[in-house]
Design a protein around this ligand. Structure first.
Ligand code: ADP
Ligand code: TYD
Length: 204
């Protein structure tokens, strides 16, 4: 028996962490084996951890290509040692972010989108991807409520998130895969209900 691979995507603050938890809980209540995961990976020694601790924090400004290759490498290792074995054993895998993040964030920093697609060619296609679409103003507000922040940084972030949101919307046209954009600017429960509907329709 093969499992199902579900990806949640969205701008920072859109609510994917919240929705992933709810979705995993719901799947577990339906007696599914569920692996909840995230990219960039976070565990000690993983490439994603190095990206987070070193490349992003470093004073040196790495090129979007160097960062993009690092995310892609993190992803392939993640697939080979975690995602694929879980799917082969029949588990559901729910990932917060996947190659769609690379296709929106790295081009916004200047990388060629075709090239980003190419370096992610060997990353298996999810069974279904849900993009949680939230206006940048709302997402930034949620981030500030969660983390706090300074107004200049908030403004910079707002402009950036608007561009990222637009790129997410363009993915629907660009990728021939099972991808849904849902309205995330509603209550946590309403968004959860929509995600459940998509999952029920697409993977059960
Ligand atoms: P992300 O993982 O996409 O950055 P989170 O799930 O951490 O987003 O959500 C950001 C903040 O917004 C959290 O404090 C969370 O509780 C809150 N939040 C999440 N979804 C909603 C929603 N639909 N309405 C209002 N607040 C939300
Ligand atoms: P995020 O999900 O916010 O991780 P955390 O909550 O642990 O900090 O991801 C960190 C950032 O990395 C986020 O702004 C999106 C970005 N990112 C990319 O630029 N490319 C990618 O391929 C991925 C997976 C993430």
């Amino acid at each position: 028996m093969k499992g199902k691979f579900i990806v949640l995507e969205g701008i920072d603050g859109s609510g994917t962490t919240t929705q992933k938890k709810l979705l995993c809980k719901w799947l577990e209540e339906r007696n599914k084996d569920v692996i909840s995961t995230h990219e960039p990976t976070r565990e000690k020694g993983r490439i994603g951890r190095i990206i987070r601790d070193r490349l992003v924090q470093d004073e040196h400004d790495y090129s979007p290509e160097a960062i993009g290759l690092s995310f892609a490498a993190d992803r392939l290792v993640h697939i080979e040692d975690r995602i694929s074995p879980a799917l082969e054993s029949g588990s559901f895998v729910v990932s917060d972010r996947y190659y769609h993040s690379s296709m929106v964030y790295q081009p916004e920093h200047g990388a060629s989108i075709e090239w980003v697609k190419e370096i992610n060619r060997y990353a298996r296609e999810p069974d279904v991807t849900v993009i949680v679409d939230v206006p940048a103003e709302e997402a930034v507000k949620r981030q500030v409520d969660r983390d706090g922040g300074e107004s200049s940084i908030i403004f910079e972030n707002l402009e950036f998130q608007k561009k990222i949101r637009k790129r997410y919307k363009e993915l629907e046209e660009m990728l021939e895969e099972n991808l849904y954009i849902i309205d995330g600017d509603r209550s946590i429960e309403e968004v959860h209900d929509d995600i459940k509907k998509v999952v029920e329709m697409e993977v059960f």
